[in-house]
Design a protein around this ligand. Structure first.
Ligand code: ZN
Length: 147
């Protein structure tokens, strides 16, 4: 992803680059349990969040994969080889990445069970991350913005 695409993505996401939103992230972090926040940070630190386009999942043109936190360096998904940093142990038993994409409402949606269950039950909160993959994505945007 080039600089322009990245800027565009950040603009398109609900959580833009204003100072207010950065404070808001911190508010989110404090409200979520420490372990979820730490795990989301580990996902970002190990390059588990990666931009991907054209894999045709859920009708989206592009999205982000959330690679599993495990000791692998390469993960194959939909014919694409992703490289990440190996984690010290296999935290995730599941070896298939999750996928985050913008749905018709412009919300980032995750295909994990947690998100999808909340969706079915009408419990999605559009002011907070609804799963740790989503939180990791927001941390990724924030991190990319800083670097
Ligand atoms: Zn998720």
């Amino acid at each position: 992803m080039n600089e322009q695409q990245r800027e565009q993505l950040i603009k398109m996401s609900k959580y833009d680059e204003s100072d207010e939103d950065i404070v808001y992230y911190d508010v989110i972090d404090k409200r979520l349990s420490g372990s979820i926040v730490k795990k989301a940070q580990q996902l970002v630190d190990h390059d588990c969040i990666q931009y991907v386009r054209g894999i045709g999942l859920f009708g989206s043109k592009y999205g982000f994969v959330c690679l599993p936190l495990n000791d692998e360096e390469k993960i194959f998904f939909k014919g694409i080889e992703f490289t990440k940093l190996p984690y010290e142990r296999n935290y995730n038993k599941r070896s298939i990445p999750y996928y985050l994409f913008q749905n018709n409402d412009g919300m980032w949606e995750c295909n994990c069970q947690g998100w999808q269950t909340k969706k079915k039950q009408g419990l999605l909160n559009n002011k907070m991350p609804n799963c740790k993959h989503h939180l990791a994505l927001l941390k990724y945007f924030k991190h990319k913005h800083k670097s």
